[in-house]
Design a binder for this molecule. Structure first.
Ligand code: PLP
Length: 429
């Protein structure tokens, strides 16, 4: 099994202490992600408490950092994998093939053959040709029909690309699967990523129920409902209202006595708030009007849209600013319209504009929270700029709890991860 390096956070220390220790080392070329694994564990516990009926299959695409994935394996979560690579990674990290759903409706031939070879049977589909392919390459698979049910308030709507029409196409596809002798076991949907509308889940679950009824009329006994992703994950966006809606829809349309297994594929929920980005100002340009008054101050950071910023989730809240030179006490309170650019030569690499900030200096640090979702997995090395370096932290208390898991992970001490404070390194075997 692969070893993963965790930095152990002793009691009394916080992520803020880590940020301070990173800043104390001075500006770096590469952006830094501080990954707080306690936050992932808290999210998992919160999920189990609020959505006790719904088994989470974490969407690996959202953030595939090995420390996150290994922690979730230890916690007994399942996984939504979309490719051969993601499946391979999860199996290497110790995931149980029975706890993986191959949740891509358009799978490559190679990935299907691979899935079959390692016992991954649960998978989604939304079209006839995919069914033909599955029949040929993995006929024993347990299939989940993905229907389209879109939230009107999603950051990323997925329905245009995936999911069949539930009224007209779904019954035909179920009939076709039956004619091929394939085993359809459930219905799935994804209301769209970053949905702000919890009530959408109610309609989607109700819609799935009617397909369960139809399926029975043609001889299928469906037993799985997959409610997809679409949950918020920022630290100030709880899932309480989502849980309330889902629980009441399940109670009404899939009561416990129906014996239907319910799973979900949350991505953003699990990881958004777990990552804090530390970037720094690498260059700066002041734009003035002909009278010399400042119109805009443009800052060029070492991270941007080709790194860990999300294209579809523009930043509105100002980051925390930490002066690079800690001796320098800034008394200024004046704020200026400011533009934050990423480092690349592309002018679309714009983090935000019109933000009112105090004047920053080269080497100052900007700390952005809620950076864990769809950042690191979408980051590129465009223009030769470095992707963020991830430093994973876990508290001793949480570590002690996790290492008691059935896989018997152990803790190893090695040289201090960050000199001058009380961090140590740990490997999870
Ligand atoms: C099939 C599937 N499942 C789950 C997810 C995760 O969604 P979210 O991050 O909104 O929870 C996605 C995201 O694109 C997806 O495509």
């Amino acid at each position: 099994m692969r070893k993963i390096r965790y930095n152990l956070l002793e009691s009394g220390s916080s992520v803020r202490d880590v940020i301070d220790s990173v800043v104390a080392r001075g500006p770096q070329d590469e952006p830094i992600h501080i990954l707080d694994l306690d936050d992932v564990v808290v999210k998992h516990r919160n999920w189990c408490q609020q959505l006790s009926r719904v088994e989470p299959f974490y969407a690996v695409k959202c953030n595939d950092d090995s420390a996150i994935l290994r922690t979730l394996v230890s916690l007994g979560a399942g996984f939504d994998c979309a490719s051969k690579r993601e499946i391979e990674k999860m199996l290497k990290l110790g995931a149980n093939p029975a706890k993986i759903i191959f949740a891509h409706t358009a799978k490559s031939v190679d990935s299907l053959i691979y899935a079959k070879s390692c016992g991954i049977n649960l998978m989604t589909f939304d079209g006839e040709i995919e069914l033909d392919k599955i029949k040929q390459l993995h006929a024993e698979a347990s299939l989940v029909l993905r229907i389209r049910y879109d939230s009107a308030k999603a950051q990323i709507s997925l329905g245009k690309k995936f999911g069949c029409d539930p009224e007209h196409e779904a019954p035909q596809l179920l009939r076709y699967a039956k004619s091929l002798g394939l085993d359809v076991i459930g219905i799935s949907f994804h209301i769209g990523s970053g949905s702000e509308d919890h009530s959408c889940f109610y309609g989607a679950i109700k819609c799935a129920r009617s397909l369960f009824e139809f399926a029975r009329t043609i001889g299928f006994d469906l037993r799985l409902l997959d409610i997809g992703g679409g949950f918020p994950g920022d630290h100030d966006k709880p899932i309480d209202s989502y849980a309330k809606t889902i629980n009441s829809a399940l109670q009404r349309f899939f009561p416990l006595k129906s014996n239907v297994r319910v799973i979900a594929e949350p991505g953003r929920y699990y990881v958004a708030s777990a990552v804090t980005l530390i970037a720094n100002v690498q260059s700066k340009r002041i734009v003035r009007d002909p009278q010399g008054d400042i119109l805009d101050i443009m800052y060029y950071l070492n991270d941007g849209l080709f790194g860990s910023f999300d294209w579809l989730n523009p930043r509105h809240s100002p980051p925390l600013v930490i002066p690079g030179n800690r001796q320098l006490v800034r008394s200024q309170t004046e704020r200026f319209p400011s533009t934050l650019w990423g480092p690349t030569c592309d002018s679309t690499d714009l983090i935000c504009s019109g933000m009112m900030l105090e004047e920053l200096q080269i080497g100052d640090f900007l700390v952005f929270d809620d950076m864990g979702a769809y950042g690191i997995t979408l980051a590129t090395n465009f223009n030769g700029f470095a992707k963020p370096k991830v430093l994973a932290y876990i508290s001793r208390t949480t570590w002690e709890q996790i290492k008691l898991d059935k896989r018997g992970s152990s803790l190893k001490r090695s040289a201090p991860a960050v000199t001058g404070n009380n961090w140590i390194c740990a490997d999870l075997n």
